[in-house]
Structure formats: C-alpha cells, structure tokens
Write a protein that binds this ligand. Structure first.
Ligand code: NAD
Length: 290
C-alpha cells in the first residue's frame, strides 16, 4: 500500500505557489489577496478557516479573515459579500460553510461574484465545469484530481465509484472523473443514500472516492483488493486522552482498508490539505483571469 500523502503534496504545491508569488512581486505586480468569511463559533469551521489563512501567509498571499457573529442577519451577510465583490483589492474570497440555519446558503453562494468564487461553488463555475470551459473548479474535488495526478494514478478506462452526491464534493467529483482529461475518462458510478447493495457496487471500484460524512463507514469487505481509496470524510471524535480533546477520523476504516488498497489517502493529511492547496491555486488563477 502506498500513501496518497496530501500533506506532502500540498506542501510541494505551496512551495511552487510561493515561487510564483515572488515572481509576481519582482515584476511589481499585485500580491494575491484571499479573504475568508466565517460566521459563528463552530470549532471545526474555525480550524479549517484558520489553516486556510495560515496557508495564505505561508505562500506570501495577503489574507483577510472576516469574523461575523452567528446572530448576523441574512441581509447583512449578503451586504458583506457584496462589499467583497466590489473590493478591487480582494482577488478571491470564500464564505465558510455551514452557515447558521436562519441564513439561506444558496442565496449566499449565488451572491458571490463568479470571478472571485475561489471555492468554485457558484452555479456559473459549476456550469462552466460541465462544459469544460475555464472556471474555478470546486476546491475539494479539484484537490483530489491534483492528488491523483501527482501520484500518476491511471484513471483512463477504470471503474470509479463515488459515495455521496453533495454539491460541493460527490456530484462535481463524479463529473471530473468522467470528463475527457488526463485524470478522468473513468466509468463513474455515483452512489447515495438510496443506493441498493452499496457494498456490491463499491467492490467493483478500481478507484473509490468516499464522501458520505459517516465516520469509518467504509470497511475492508466493501473494497476490492488493490483499489485506490480516497477518503474525503473528516470527523472530530471526542478523545479526553488527547491534549486537543479530540481525534480525527475519516469516512473509511483506515487500518483494515489500507491493508487491501494499492493507494489510500489518510485522515488527517489527505484530502484536507489538498482542498487548501486548491484554494490557493484558484486564487492565483483569479489574478490571471482578471
Ligand atoms: P453531505 O452530508 O452533504 O453528503 C453526504 C452524502 O452521502 C449525501 O449525498 C448522501 O446521499 C450520501 N449518503 C448518506 N448515507 C448514505 C449511504 N448509506 N449510502 C450511500 N450514500 C449515502 O457531505 P459532504 O459535504 O459531501 O461531506 C462529506 C464528508 O466530507 C464529511 O465528513 C465532510 O466533513 C467531509 N468534507 C471534507 C472536506 C475536506 O476538505 N477534507 C471538504 C468537504 C467535506
């Protein structure tokens, strides 16, 4: 078994990006600037946003963290989004999900200017992805494609099974794995909560991408010998024996599945850091697209 090491790969990408930022600066061009909006105090969301901001600093980007209370009204959040849309100094921005229940996430996603939508969630970017036009690809699926590419995983003609059909991970992932591209050309099966005999389907997968959002859901008996397994899930499990008070688990029962897989991404250190790397790459692209 070989590790799909997202931490190392994202460090390589960050190094490459930092070189590009130095070049931009040497040419007297603008320093890329990513803004992140976080609403409320959810611990996991804060951790994700903080690591995004830290990564920006590491590659030489400017970053702005906008912290808003969970009592903010939908109208005030939309006004903030509009402000960022019109701020020429900000090249791209994200609004960390999930949002409090009283705010319609779709409205917020639609309000983000597509040319600054570095998370790749806006329907214009998703539509462009479907058509193979220049766009921001959704950060997590794009990070997985990049990871498979950098490990030279052969995808053409392979059976790929995706578990989960969310708009931010599973659905776009299935599109990317089926498209006519270096990482692509798979025969894709997209599975979801109504899929019958899931294990029968997943056992056919040469490449299994798991985004179900249930800790350790995928067990060894669901996986074909030699499969490439990508674990998107991330769960904080209470663990008083640790200083942090929690440990992280993925959607895959790692030890037993790793024993069967040819390649597997760990949690932590797999897809998470690649999502952040994608965000950085999209921010650089935002400058090119200006
Ligand atoms: P989601 O809850 O929106 O979607 C889960 C999907 O799983 C749904 O489409 C549902 O139909 C499917 N599902 C539920 N039960 C099923 C079953 N029994 N069989 C088959 N399919 C079933 O989740 P999401 O936003 O796509 O996230 C999935 C996981 O990935 C979560 O743990 C999330 O925290 C994690 N995540 C990680 C990153 C990262 O950067 N590492 C980014 C996004 C999401």
């Amino acid at each position: 078994m070989e590790l799909l090491d997202g931490k190392k790969t994202s460090d390589d990408i960050k190094f490459e990006i930092s070189k590009k930022v130095e070049e931009l600066k040497a040419q007297g061009k603008k320093t890329p600037h990513l803004a992140a909006v976080i609403v409320g105090n959810d611990g996991a969301s804060r951790t994700y946003v903080n690591s995004k901001v830290k990564s920006c600093e590491k590659v030489g980007f400017r970053s702005t963290l906008i912290e808003l209370p969970d009592t903010i009204s939908e109208a005030d959040l939309l006004a903030k989004v509009n402000e960022l849309n019109n701020d020429d100094d900000v090249d791209g921005f994200i609004v960390q999900l999930p949002l409090p229940k009283h705010i319609d996430e779709h409205k917020v996603t639609l309000a983000v200017k597509p040319s600054k939508d570095v998370d790749g969630f806006h329907p214009e970017n998703l539509g462009r992805m479907m058509l193979g036009l220049p766009c921001f690809l959704p950060a997590t699926p794009a990070g997985i494609v990049e990871l498979l590419d950098r490990y030279n995983i052969e995808t053409s003609g392979k059976d790929c099974v995706v578990i989960g059909r969310s708009h931010i991970v599973g659905s776009p992932m299935s599109v990317l794995m089926a498209r006519n591209a270096k990482v692509g050309n798979c025969t894709v099966t997209l599975t979801h909560s109504r899929t019958k005999n899931l294990a029968e389907v997943t056992k056919r997968a040469d490449i299994l991408i798991v985004a179900i959002g249930k800790p350790e859901f995928v067990t060894a008996d669901m996986v074909k010998e030699g499969a490439v397994v990508v674990d998107v899930g991330i769960h904080r499990i209470d663990d008083p024996s640790r200083q942090s008070g929690f440990r992280l688990l993925g959607d895959v029962k790692y030890e037993e599945v790793a024993a069967k897989a040819s390649f597997i991404s760990p949690v932590p250190g797999g897809v998470g850091p690649m999502t952040i790397a994608s965000l950085m790459l999209n921010t650089l692209k935002a400058i090119d697209m200006k």
